[in-house]
Ligand binder design. Structure first.
Ligand SMILES: [Zn+2]
Length: 132
């Protein structure tokens, strides 16, 4: 089912996602540079050059608690940009319903509608807890 979003809304959300992506990428780069770790500083140089959709892959081996939440945010943003390109953006994969524009505007990386997201979090709350 195609999303109910208008072209203008989609383009606005896309711009927002692009901006968030650039900002997160820059924040991660700065944090890598500040890590005082040669390997991470090298990764920082690559973060700058990378196209979207591969920054999260690049950072898989970086084990810095300080950028952990930024990496997750970058992954979410990249995933949203991919959905946008595929025309899947704004459609909830769980129920097939539309995600309201108001929700996307407040939270552009939202993958599910509010109802399915709440259910998802209740179901996955335990398994999301890493035990490394
Ligand atoms: Zn849903």
């Amino acid at each position: 089912m195609p999303s109910e979003l208008t072209e203008i809304q989609l383009s606005e959300l896309g711009k927002q996602l692009e901006m968030d992506f650039q900002r997160l990428r820059e924040e991660i780069r700065q944090e890598l540079l500040a890590s005082d770790n040669e390997q991470y500083i090298e990764v920082a140089g690559q973060v700058h050059d990378r196209e979207e959709e591969s920054v999260a892959d690049l950072l898989v081996d970086v084990n810095l608690a300080v950028i952990d939440k930024h990496i997750r945010a970058v992954e979410d943003t990249e995933a949203a940009l991919v959905r946008l390109k595929r025309g899947e953006y704004g459609t909830c994969p769980d129920c097939g319903g539309d995600i309201p524009y108001e929700r996307l505007k407040a939270y552009p990386v939202a993958k599910r509608c509010q109802q399915c997201q709440t259910r998802y979090e209740q179901t996955h709350a335990r398994s999301d807890h890493h035990t490394l």
